[in-house]
Design a protein around this ligand. Sequence first.
Ligand SMILES: [Zn+2]
Length: 105
Amino acid sequence: MTEEPPVPTNPSDYVTPQQATRQRIIERLIEKGGRDPQCPICHQKVFAIGAYVHLAVSSDASVAQLGRSMPCVTVMCMTCGNVLLVSLLALGFTREELAQMPNDA
Ligand SMILES: [Zn+2]
């Protein structure tokens, strides 16, 4: 009998950006108007920057295209666990900047 690994419930349980990078992401979110975000589910206001996620994207609705992705970062509501995905490119980070972003791995 194998035990399933526990499901991480805290963003710090995942590989997350280093503090300096998290701060840069937060600054970009604030620049975009995210100064006082409120969770659409629980209406609380405590969030944490979590792991990077690469969404697979495709110009073809019927098939995935390997190697194409939208780099995002998770923003998790610390009360109810609602997870938002924010595009790092839309926040103004270039692909070159993303390639130089360290992580805690
Ligand atoms: Zn919430």
